[in-house]
Ligand binder design. Structure first.
Ligand code: NAG
Ligand code: NAG
Ligand code: NAG
Length: 274
């Protein structure tokens, strides 16, 4: 409690900060004596209640301390955080680069294995392709020819296959025995073929067909329908080119019932041109 209003000057600077919370009359326990001097140099005494001041000062100091501490703590935390983050980043980078190195090694190893496997596959494929190419070239360039004649004179019914079992020459044909017995030529090497047939027959109106895959591709008329007391053998000749694939067949069919003269009078030749 202030007894002298003159003292107000003294505390003005402090009170500026703290006067909002002035002490009530009954609560003021803490007081200090302040010696004062009047204009006449007479001693005076003021009793100053500083309870409120003390509390206000405490709060003020605390606030400043808090601010300082909090700043220091903040700096510290920031510093620690910085370091921690840096360490974490460093660690991450390290572990990342280790992981990357491992990953890379593994990938490289795997890639190597895969490349090795691919190489083997390619090698094998290339080998296979080369083998196939070789055999195809061999097949394509190999000579294929057969000339065969009717072994003996024989009469065939309409639609029957005429056989030429007396093989004069054969080249590049695996199934020549089959051809001999059945009269059917089966293509083993695809390409362009020439087939030529001549047949001597005594039968009136005789006619034969060149058949590819069972379908007549050419018909050859041998002897006209004429009565004659004299020898009346005639020769019919047919020559055609055919494109043959593997397993295509060629054969000669009697169109109507006809005699086919043997002993090299009736022959057929099949030759692969290309
Ligand atoms: C100072 O900080 C303490 C603890 O954080 C808090 O309890 C107190 O109220 C603060 N004082 C001031 C004046 O800000
Ligand atoms: C095939 O034979 C039939 C008779 O059976 C005949 O009509 C046809 O013209 C012949 N085709 C060829 C291409 O010779
Ligand atoms: C040709 O015929 C044979 C026997 O029937 C068969 O094994 C083969 O696969 C055939 N080839 C082609 C290319 O059709």
């Amino acid at each position: 409690m202030l007894r002298l209003s003159a003292i107000v000057l003294f505390t003005l600077s402090i009170i500026e900060n703290v006067c909002s919370n002035a002490c009530g009359h009954d609560n003021c326990e803490t007081a200090i004596d302040i010696p004062l001097i009047t204009k006449l140099n007479a001693p005076l005494k003021a009793e100053l209640d500083i309870t409120s001041l003390t509390i206000q000062l405490k709060e003020l100091i605390e606030k400043h301390v808090n601010q300082s501490v909090s700043k220091a703590v903040n700096d510290l935390v920031e510093n620690i955080l910085d370091k921690t983050v840096q360490t974490a980043v460093d660690r991450l980078q390290t572990s990342n680069s280790v992981a990357m190195a491992t990953f890379r090694q593994e990938m490289e190893a795997e890639l190597e294995v895969k490349i090795g496997k691919t190489q083997t596959i390619l090698d094998n494929k290339l080998k296979g392709d080369m083998e196939q190419l070789k055999s195809e070239v061999k097949k394509a360039t190999e000579k294929v020819a057969v000339t065969s004649c009717a072994h003996r004179t024989q009469t065939y019914n309409s639609g029957k296959i005429i056989t030429f079992s007396n093989v004069k020459m054969s080249n590049g044909i695996g199934n020549v025995n089959n051809f001999k017995s059945s009269g059917k030529f089966t293509c083993e090497k695809p390409g362009l073929y020439l087939i030529g047939v001549y047949i001597v027959s005594y039968t009136k109106n005789s006619e034969f067909h060149i058949m590819k895959n069972g379908i007549n591709v050419s018909r050859v008329y041998v002897r006209p329908y004429l009565n004659s007391a004299d020898d009346n053998h005639h020769t019919g000749t047919g020559i055609i080119a055919v494109q043959l694939d593997v397993n295509d067949t060629l054969n000669i069919n009697a169109y109507s019932k006809m005699q086919v003269l043997g002993s090299a009078y009736s022959c057929m030749t099949i030759i692969k041109v290309k």
